[in-house]
Design a protein around this ligand. Sequence first.
Ligand code: SF4
Length: 308
Amino acid sequence: MRYIFGPVYSRRFGISLGIDLSPDKKRCNFDCLYCELDRAKPVDRYDNPPESEEIVREVKEFLERNEYPDVITVTANGEPTLYPYLDKLIDQLKEIKGKSKLLILSNGSTIYNPSIRRSLSKLDIVKLSLDAADEKIFRKVDRGLKNIKVSQIIEGMKAFRKEFSGELIIEILVVKYVNDSVENIKKIVQALKEIKPDRVDLGTVDRPPAYRVFPVSNERLHQLAGYLKDFNVNVVERKYDKSYQFDLSKEDIINTISKRPLTEEDIQNTFSLESKKILEKLLKENVVKKEEKDGMFFYMLNSKLLLH
Ligand code: SF4
């Protein structure tokens, strides 16, 4: 499988089958300080994008042999709304998704564009990011292409809310010393009053980031959440309320870990006994490595050894 990964347990959305629209390299118009992917120069388009049919074929095959996940998540090694055939892909996924919900995880940068809004409005859940509401902090944390303005993004979000009847989630990711001030949160609150999201997810750096930046404490997250009390705010902490055991093959495990480092807890809660054994073997063979970051252990691909 080239484009799908998981299923993985997502703290916010439940069991999620991921679709990666850019499996070969990072293609993003931002270069966020907290990005889990390697650093890469921001771009505004996908070169050589895959056909939507190739992606849909993989999703269909998965759904034929497995339980429907809670969500099918359109994402990318980068920004999924830069994928040129997104509208067609969404239409095709809607035909096969069964009881699963369709979700996109976008950085929000293209939401000012009416044709992107039309495509996203066909989904069940849309998650957009808003880490700052003024240009200076936005530039510091998200480091997007020069022509991207957060004022334009906020206007796009307001327009989208009027057009979209599904669940709109705004995610704020807080980086210590960068966008964790009360002043920044208060400015975001002003924008949110007009955007009227269904939920606000407030989180912090969680997986090993591209740059040397730091998370805020849970205590600080809860303090900041106090300023968001007029909204349905979800402070993102690690928790598992469902236990699923998926049989992932060696290839599935490598593919999943290459896209997202997994914690010990992720493995315990989603891997079957057989898959755990395969992971142990991959560790012994040095294909996968286990690294400690800020007191947590992450399983990640030993990229030096994998030349695919
Ligand atoms: S928008 Fe997402 S993929 Fe792009 S740089 Fe930021 S965190 Fe990374």
